[in-house]
Write a protein that binds this ligand. Structure first.
Ligand SMILES: [Ca+2]
Ligand SMILES: [Ca+2]
Ligand SMILES: [Ca+2]
Length: 383
């Protein structure tokens, strides 16, 4: 059964609602080889992932969108082509561009249109917040080109595929220039000087990942695969995203997605205070041991989950408190690449109070540190 073009496009790029059944007629359905009918009940029975239907007077089948539950037991999901499958976190079960989270197939990465937006905190616009930190100002216009930003933070399951491939170590570091930003020719890619910041080998990396209290990593796959991976250094986050075909977002790209661009949102989900299922933070969830995507009411304008809360997210830039008054002001498609001592993290975490989850909030960490509050998500080139 072939799927109509609209479905193929939706599966490849869909970051919003599941495709409706009426969009899914195959050529053998509406087109016409099936028996004549006036009601679906007159047609041969299908399956939950490939139910029979009656369209334009002919019987046919439709494919239920990938990721739709297909069984009452076992958490199985439809693969989008009529079959019922159980996906495994960190696997490729769901096909290209789709990831498996908690046994369900879900959009891996969502397109974010390019645009100009007011980066930083305003005094009187939607994102105004009395008492916000000084490093969020001045608000200034920044333009970013279109990109993709993953719908989820990197999970333990996805990070496991990287670790088990021997990556993220001095024995198998990224190539020089890997993970570079397409619009930033100089200094945005992996540098050979980073190699020595990686663990010596896979055994050493595993030992480091599980070293601290509240690290979500487990040496063997268990119940943590859908949790965000924390306790990763900036170098490991970079190496993971490069290996995964992406890169770290710039601070500007991250805030553009979290603020909904020109909507200049206070929080990734809008203006309302946290506390009604929008975020894993001190008021709800309050633990790194929560599956990514557990607070869908907090999705950003373009479909990203957990931009506010869960874990802080490493971005490409070095942290500079007066970046907005200096080099970052009036700078398009750029990042702060002048070496400093700390890299930027964004979005707040499971332990924070609500104000830390604001789209404009900035914080930073030593790029070598492993912290139970910090993980990452990847960005990718625009489709
Ligand atoms: Ca702003
Ligand atoms: Ca987050
Ligand atoms: Ca701050």
């Amino acid at each position: 059964m072939r799927l109509v073009g609209a479905l193929a496009v939706a599966l490849a790029t869909g970051c919003h609602a599941m495709v409706g059944l009426d969009e899914l007629f195959s050529d053998e359905g509406a087109g016409g080889a099936g028996p004549e009918c006036t009601l679906p009940a007159q047609c041969p029975q299908g399956t939950t992932c490939r139910p029979a239907t009656c369209a334009a007077g002919k019987c046919g089948f439709v494919a239920v969108a990938a990721g739709t539950a297909c069984s009452e037991k076992g958490g199985k999901v439809c693969d989008g082509e009529g079959a019922c499958v159980q996906c495994h976190d960190g696997s490729q079960d769901c096909g290209p561009g789709v990831t498996c989270i908690g046994g369900m197939c879900a959009d891996a990465s969502c397109p974010v249109p390019g645009g100009t937006f007011p980066m930083g905190r305003s005094e009187g616009d939607a994102d105004a917040y009395p008492g916000g930190d000084d490093d969020e100002q001045p608000e200034h216009q920044v333009t970013v080109s279109g990109y993709r930003l993953d719908a989820y933070e990197i999970t333990v399951g996805r990070f496991r595929t990287f670790v088990e491939a021997g990556k993220g170590t001095q024995q198998s570091p990224p190539a020089a220039g890997a993970g570079k930003h397409p619009e930033i020719a100089q200094g945005s890619g992996w540098q050979q000087s980073y190699n020595g910041e990686l663990a010596t080998d896979t055994a050493a990396l595993k030992a480091e990942l599980g070293k601290h209290v509240d690290c979500t990593w487990t040496d063997a796959p268990a119940g943590n695969e859908s949790y965000p991976v924390n306790c990763i250094t900036w170098y490991e986050a970079f190496a993971f995203c490069a290996w995964d075909g992406g890169r770290l977002p710039t601070e500007a790209e991250w805030e553009h997605a979290a603020a909904g661009g020109s909507e200049n949102r206070l929080y990734p989900w809008g203006q309302s205070a946290a506390g009604s299922g929008q975020a894993n933070y001190s008021g709800e969830g309050n633990s790194p041991f929560e599956a990514v995507g557990s607070f869908p009411a907090g999705k950003g304008r373009w479909g990203q989950h957990d931009l506010g809360g869960s874990i802080w997210e490493w971005v490409l830039d070095w942290y500079e408190s007066d970046w907005y008054a200096g080099g970052g002001n009036g700078c398009d498609d750029c990042a702060n690449l002048a070496p400093g001592s700390r890299r930027v993290v964004r979005g707040g975490c499971w332990l924070n109070v609500a104000w830390a989850l604001r789209a404009a909030n900035r914080y930073s960490g030593n790029p070598r540190d492993r912290n139970r509050y910090v993980g990452a998500r990847c960005a990718r080139s625009a489709p």
